[in-house]
Design a protein around this ligand. Structure first.
Ligand SMILES: *[C@@H]1O[C@H](CO)[C@@H](O)[C@H](O)[C@H]1NC(C)=O
Ligand SMILES: *[C@@H]1O[C@H](CO)[C@@H](O)[C@H](O)[C@H]1NC(C)=O
Ligand SMILES: *[C@@H]1O[C@H](CO)[C@@H](O)[C@H](O)[C@H]1NC(C)=O
Ligand SMILES: *[C@@H]1O[C@H](CO)[C@@H](O)[C@H](O)[C@H]1NC(C)=O
Length: 504
């Protein structure tokens, strides 16, 4: 049985960008950066009724889909493309007349542990087409898991810092952008220009700031709307509809030019990720194969907890890799592990704010990834990996774009002075939404950031681990921290870049 999952995330995006930092960011854009911004623009949604009401928001229960083309006998052949037409309805059961929703689709076969992400076209009239390449033989089922949300607040997450000197301590609100209603401490990074501010404590000076942690959330729905939304939607956030649909048999593979670009990055077959691009993914099943591949390497991992998972994975599967106890918080790091015999060093460090964590993150440990790269010699034994996305979803995309552009410049400098440095980027992925979490964030933001990431690093000599497709195509739940079988596949892709087949 092959399962098709379709997740629909309805979005009505009305940004109220009131932050002067964003406005100045737009003024500073080079023509190249402006092209980047244009290239990720979400499709125009010309007929969005204003003001937006919940009644006109997409409703999973009123959305339907059909498999196209409906063929006699319901047979498809390996090599064909399968299309599903999805029609979104609103809470009053009327078909939606405009696009802009996020539709995520997957074709899946649990018996073969096979799966592939679908590519989706927005027809901008309330209907969408999901296209799947048919890469293996089997039977099929269609599933729809819809989500919907509204959004309009520019900075939906707030932060706090503790300031301390002697016996005096104060807490202040911090963010990348704060209304100047009180005096500010300006922590803008002089090297990268990354902005960060706190309100100035009343008694203490700006240089007594000792930590960074998560404050409250600014929900973008008013209390009344939340209640309505909750009553209509609470159960539906995790609601799944599925329909048995069709069978397909193997036959002469027909090569068709896909109507949707780009093609999926790869697919699972018997639980192993197979890339559809140029790279052959090797399987590193035992620790000695991994250690052999990492011999004499310094592996620098930067980013959020999705990167920390890779450190934890390597640390757990390699018995000779010993973690040096830096007495760090287990959630935030930094971490370091060494295999003395094989001369392997694996390091992990979090990216700089925004860091959404309850852990008190010491300000002295805050480092911008671009600055870390600038402090690195690089070379054939240096591997740089980063995963920067999960903490940026609750801020305007410009904040993320600015961060990535500063990293891009540092990557270019690194590859210029040490061209054989390996740079690998782990993309973002889908996550399970709790109701309260869905009030401030969604996969829609992650997908938008994913497009920015790909656009910013396009054409550079860097490699992607396509976590988006690897999580979406897998039968395990869409968790922000993918489960070990998915991590194992991601590490296989990473190691295949470090130790490609022909060189082994
Ligand atoms: C939404 O629909 C409900 C019931 O159909 C109606 O009572 C309410 O006034 C509508 N709200 C708006 C903003 O249209
Ligand atoms: C929406 O547009 C697509 C592509 O142009 C078309 O096939 C479909 O029939 C349209 N749907 C509606 C409801 O108009
Ligand atoms: C913060 O400091 C940076 C770097 O010195 C400066 O460019 C920027 O204008 C300052 N911002 C504010 C609001 O003071
Ligand atoms: C790795 O393990 C999988 C599953 O047990 C197996 O199919 C595959 O052949 C193994 N690959 C190598 C290179 O040992």
């Amino acid at each position: 049985i092959i399962t098709i999952w379709v997740i629909i995330i309805s979005t009505l995006f009305i940004w109220k960008i009131s932050c002067s930092i964003l406005i100045s960011f737009h003024h500073q854009l080079s023509p190249e950066e402006r092209r980047l911004l244009d290239s990720i623009a979400w499709p125009e949604t010309p007929h969005v009724p204003v003001p937006v009401s919940l009644n006109t928001t997409s409703d999973p229960a009123h959305s339907t889909f059909t498999i196209l083309p409906v063929r006699a006998g319901g047979q498809w052949h390996v090599g064909d493309e399968l299309e599903a037409l999805i029609q979104i309805g609103d809470f009053q059961g009327r078909p939606k007349q405009y696009g802009g929703d996020l539709v995520i689709a997957r074709l899946h076969d649990p018996a073969l542990s096979a799966g592939v992400a679908g590519r989706v076209v927005d027809h901008l009239n309330g209907s969408y087409t999901a296209v799947f390449p048919l890469l293996w033989e089997g039977r099929a089922q269609v599933e729809v898991t819809p989500e919907s949300m509204l959004m309009e607040h520019p900075a939906r997450q707030s932060f706090l810092s503790l300031f301390q000197s002697g016996s005096v301590s104060e807490t202040a609100v911090c963010n990348f952008c704060l209304p100047p209603t009180q005096p500010l401490c300006n922590y803008t990074d002089l090297h990268t220009g990354e902005p960060w501010f706190c309100y100035k404590p009343k008694k203490l000076s700006c240089d007594t700031r000792i930590n960074h942690y998560k404050g409250g959330c600014n929900y973008y729905l008013k209390a009344k709307e939340v209640t309505l939304f909750q009553s209509k939607k609470k159960k539906k956030l995790l609601h799944t509809v599925h329909t048995d649909v069709f069978i397909f048999l193997s036959g002469q593979p027909e090569v068709k030019s896909s109507t949707v670009k780009p093609a999926p990055a790869g697919y699972y077959y018997q639980g192993a990720w197979r890339a559809l691009g140029a790279t052959t993914v090797r399987q590193f099943n035992d620790s000695s194969a991994i250690s052999q591949c990492l011999k004499d390497k310094v592996v620098n991992l930067y980013g959020d907890s999705t990167m920390r998972q890779w450190f934890e994975y390597l640390n757990s599967v390699l018995p000779d890799l010993k973690e040096f106890n830096l007495r760090s918080d287990r959630r935030t790091g930094p971490f370091m592990a060494v295999d003395m015999a094989r001369n392997i060093l694996v390091k992990y460090r979090f990216h700089s704010p925004p860091i959404v964590t309850w852990s008190k993150f010491s300000t002295n440990e805050l480092r911008y990834v671009a600055n870390e790269l600038d402090g690195m010699v690089g070379g054939p034994n240096t591997v740089v990996v980063f995963s920067i996305w999960a903490h940026f979803g609750t801020f305007p995309v410009e904040v993320y774009m600015r961060r990535l552009l500063s990293i891009r410049r540092a990557v270019l400098r690194l590859l210029d002075r040490a061209p054989d440095t390996l740079v690998v980027i782990r993309t973002g992925n889908l996550r399970t939404m709790t109701f309260m979490f869905a009030m401030i964030n969604s996969d829609w933001y992650s997908l938008q950031r994913d497009r920015v990431l790909r656009a910013v690093f396009k054409g550079l000599n860097v490699h992607l681990v396509d976590a988006w497709d690897m999580v979406l195509a897998h039968h395990l739940p869409h968790e922000i921290h993918p489960r070990p079988p998915i991590i194992k596949n991601m590490i296989d892709v990473l190691l295949s870049y470090i130790c490609p087949k022909n060189k082994s």
